[in-house]
Design a protein around this ligand. Structure first.
Ligand code: NAP
Ligand code: G3H
Length: 484
């Protein structure tokens, strides 16, 4: 719904059911990462407008929370239907705005509709519990606690650029179904895709004020939002430094933070090397490595490292490189600054003695998939999250050394262990500091009803459909004191 669409469309923000132009008169240009041109302008809203959004969410929440669950469910089902009905337009927008292939963009929209439907079904089957007092010494069974879950109030949902629809709806749907209202702050690069998703929600007939889309740079309105005393919960997905800033600034409210990662792929001597390599390559390089759950380092046992590197090299050289519109696996990174950062990691590793297996080629913000062997812990690429298509290989002498290196990281999102020995897999898994360990599979978030957890600097709290609903509600206990 562009405000003016003569050449470059200008998009509105959305509060209290209305699509508006900001009184700031300021807009932000959105550049396509592969078209290298401005594809739209979004509103840079003012702090007063943020206040208006939060007030409307707060007022709307009172009525929404007391509506029957079945009634809330119907709106969300309609939202899922509307997303599916407009999937062509939304997928095309995702491709243009964040440079994902059309196939992946379609998958994101479909996954989102399924996520919303599952969220409704999960909520419909969540029930409270009751407890009798007499199981505690000296207490009477005439005291009965009834425990239910109630919404927290106004949820602030802040999403990253790389899943501009899915990781936004993954916050909005559980918030709404459980009786909360939402302030949605999309990543600036991702705003247009997020807005298309909200247009679908608007078409579902959702009552006004329940979801409010506030647009503008996180550096300008972010702190104001997270410090706002009318926000009752923050659900944030994005980079670790942004997450830490949010944790420092928000006071006394529940937080779920899903942050960066440096997921290791540990390859034991007994692993099936071809299968492991396939999983590693898809884990490391899909969407050019711009996934929090990408495999970001390989820890290979020295006895199989030469063979593994050879297979990884062949697989990497076969990857398609180019434009998302040609369905290339390796696409331009989100911006030039990100490409500079990845190139810096490659240069640093090569200067310090890493072996270039393949890659180290660049065209603007397109970085060719790069494999680096003989990487050591003094190289930045062994430590830092690249969010780009570079994969370092560190050779290890034992499982214990792999575990030690895996844990020598500030991150703890996921890890993969490749072995044919289930006991060995469990031994390693039990000692890895990560929210999830995948045995013989790539690191990834889905299926979306699984708990998704980052520990250390990869996050606080848990997502996954049921966990997200729980994080946006609290227990409320009513105690019946019956006559003896
Ligand atoms: P980012 O730069 O941290 O931005 C994330 C969101 O935070 C954006 O909406 C951004 O808005 C906003 N923001 C920026 N400054 C803020 C502030 N002071 N207060 C509040 N919000 C603020 O991350 P990104 O570049 O979009 O995404 C890449 C990172 O996200 C990677 O580190 C990746 O690993 C991580 N990630 C983690 C997960 C996970 O589930 N663990 C999933 C996806 C991505 P602007 O865009 O306007 O700056
Ligand atoms: O970028 C972070 C996402 O949570 C990753 O999701 O594993 O489904 O690609 P994914």
């Amino acid at each position: 719904m562009p405000v003016n669409s003569i050449h470059i469309p200008t998009y509105p923000y959305y509060i209290n059911g209305d699509w508006l132009e900001s009184r700031s008169g300021q807009t932000i240009d959105i550049y396509s990462p592969y078209l290298n041109e401005v594809i739209g302008k979004v509103q840079a809203i003012t702090k007063d407008e943020v206040d208006e959004a939060i007030i409307s969410a707060r007022i709307a929440q009172r009525d929404w929370a007391i509506r029957p669950l079945q009634e809330r469910a119907q709106y969300l089902y309609r939202w899922a239907d509307e997303l599916v009905a407009s999937k062509d337009e939304i997928a095309a927008t995702i491709m243009k705005e964040v440079g994902k292939t059309l196939k992946d963009a379609y998958k994101e929209v479909t996954r989102t509709a399924e996520f919303i439907q599952y969220t409704v079904e999960e909520a419909l089957h969540m029930h409270g519990e009751s407890m009798r007092g007499d199981s505690f010494p000296g207490c009477s069974k005439s005291k009965v606690a009834i425990t239910d879950r109630v919404p927290l109030g106004v949820v602030l949902a802040i999403s990253p650029f790389n899943y501009p629809v899915n990781l936004s709806a993954a916050k909005i749907a559980p918030a709404l179904i459980s009786g909360n209202t939402v302030i949605f702050k999309p990543a600036t690069q991702g705003t247009i895709s997020g807005l298309k998703m909200i247009e679908a929600l608007h078409r579902s007939g959702l009552p006004k004020g329940l979801v409010n889309l506030v647009t503008g740079r996180g550096s300008e309105i972010g702190d104001y939002l997270v410090e706002h005393d009318s926000i009752d919960m923050i659900s944030f997905t994005g980079g670790t430094s942004t997450g830490i800033n949010i944790a420092k600034k928000s006071v006394m409210i529940p937080l779920v933070l899903e942050l960066g990662g440096k997921d290791p792929g540990i390859v034991c001597e007994d692993a099936n090397l071809f299968e492991s390599a396939k999983q590693i390559i898809s884990g490391a390089f899909s969407y050019s490595g711009q996934r929090c759950t990408a495999i970001k380092r390989v820890l290979a046992h020295e006895n199989i490292a030469d063979n593994l590197v050879q297979i990884l090299k062949e697989e990497t050289m076969n990857l398609s490189v180019g434009s998302p519109k040609d369905e290339s696996m390796i696409v331009p990174l989100i911006d030039h600054q990100s490409a500079d950062f990845v190139q810096g990691l490659i240069d640093d590793a090569l200067e310090k003695g890493a072996t270039l297996v393949t890659g180290n080629k660049r065209s603007k913000n397109l970085i060719y998939p790069t494999l680096l062997d003989n990487v050591t812990m003094d190289m930045d690429v062994a430590i830092e999250e690249p969010f780009g298509p570079v994969l370092p290989i560190l050779r290890v002498k034992s499982d214990q050394e792999a575990i030690d290196i895996a844990n020598q990281s500030e991150y703890g999102l996921q890890a993969s262990v490749f072995t044919n020995d289930i006991n060995r897999a469990f031994r390693i898994s039990n000692n890895i500091e990560a929210g999830t360990v995948q045995i013989n599979g790539r690191t990834e978030r889905g299926p979306d009803h699984f708990p998704f957890i980052g520990i250390k600097k990869s996050g606080i709290g848990s997502q996954g459909i049921r966990r997200s609903i729980e994080s946006m509600t609290r227990e409320k206990v009513t105690v019946l004191n019956l006559a003896e």
